[in-house]
Design a protein around this ligand. Structure first.
Ligand code: ZN
Length: 310
């Protein structure tokens, strides 16, 4: 069993518009945009990152907004919900706030004894807030006070037809099963950064998800540094997984592999972080391009990347 993984690092999803995506995460949810860059593999598309003050691993929601992209179709083989941690007693505030911002399908629920509030993102994305005791410092710079502000991820749900092989993989990665309720099995990692939980929902009869706007593209797990990442990579390869080489994403190094249930996993380093190329006071404001795409700056800004009004 691996001991290098520290919970979630980031969750990356698809959106249909940069402005609506930006407004939802900064103005409605009160997160900080910590990086405005492009998809390194398709630089005509933004890659937007939202999180706490510095984009601490375990707090970072990221998006590829493809202008006008069709919505995905929910189903099996995907991350069906991303859940953020908020302080105990804050859900009434959030229910009011989300309604004020005209957020769709707001629904209170209870899971494993915890109070949650489900809601949808601008493209039908599955989200929830859960009340927990969470010592992580929130970002309160967008007008949501620290008494209510999001602390980071609590968990992600994987919706699968069969949990077996993915459960085995999570155990190999250092997670243990701590609870089961209805169709859901809960996994927890003891050495986590706060974003410590993965819930697997098993729906044997579900049709396959179709990726599109509002779908999660991949789930990234955190390791401290490149040495730990190489250990994880070797262990995965030795166990028979097809893992990519290490890829430089400027703000972290990444490896990817497809899990048996269909969800794409990434292992990302905590180094070097989002303040490597701009000072922390101005994080996320300027368009940052990786050096291999810097020569495209003018074309990208004039022809492809819609201006984002803050
Ligand atoms: Zn990623």
């Amino acid at each position: 069993m691996l001991n290098q993984i520290n919970g979630l690092h980031h969750v990356t999803s698809l959106a249909s518009g940069a402005q609506s995506n930006n407004d939802f995460f900064t103005k409605t949810l009160g997160l900080r945009r910590v990086k405005k860059t492009v998809n390194f593999d398709a630089p005509e598309v933004y890659h937007l990152y939202y999180g706490d003050e510095l984009g601490t691993p375990g707090s970072v929601m990221t998006y590829f907004p493809f202008p006008g992209a069709r919505r995905g179709r929910p189903g099996a083989g995907e991350v069906s919900m991303t859940t953020f941690a908020v302080p105990k007693g804050s859900l009434p505030f959030w229910a009011d706030r989300l309604a004020t911002f005209d957020v769709k399908n707001i629904k209170p629920e209870t899971r494993f004894g915890e109070n949650r509030l489900r809601f949808e993102g601008p493209d039908g994305d599955g989200f929830a807030l859960v009340e927990t005791d969470d010592a992580r410092a929130p970002w309160d710079g967008e007008g949501v006070s620290a008494d209510y502000a999001i602390r980071g991820f609590h968990s992600a749900d994987m919706r699968l037809r069969d949990a077996g092989a993915s459960a085995e993989l999570l155990r190999f990665m250092g997670y243990e099963q701590i609870a089961a309720e209805g169709d859901i099995i809960r996994f927890h990692i003891a050495s986590g950064n706060g974003a410590d939980v993965i819930d697997i929902e098993t729906l044997p009869g579900a049709s396959s998800a179709q990726q599109g706007a509002g779908s999660v593209h991949h789930l990234a797990f955190s390791v401290t540094d490149r040495a730990a990442q190489l250990e994880v990579r070797k262990a995965l390869l030795d166990t028979g997984w097809q893992v990519t080489p290490v890829i430089d994403r400027d703000y972290f190094w990444a490896i990817y592999f497809r899990t048996p249930g269909g969800v794409l996993f990434e292992i990302a380093t905590n180094e070097p972080g989002f303040d490597r190329d701009e000072d922390s006071a101005h994080l996320g404001q300027a368009l940052k391009l990786p050096s291999q795409h810097e020569h495209l700056r003018q074309t990208l800004e004039e022809r492809y990347l819609e201006p984002i009004l803050d």
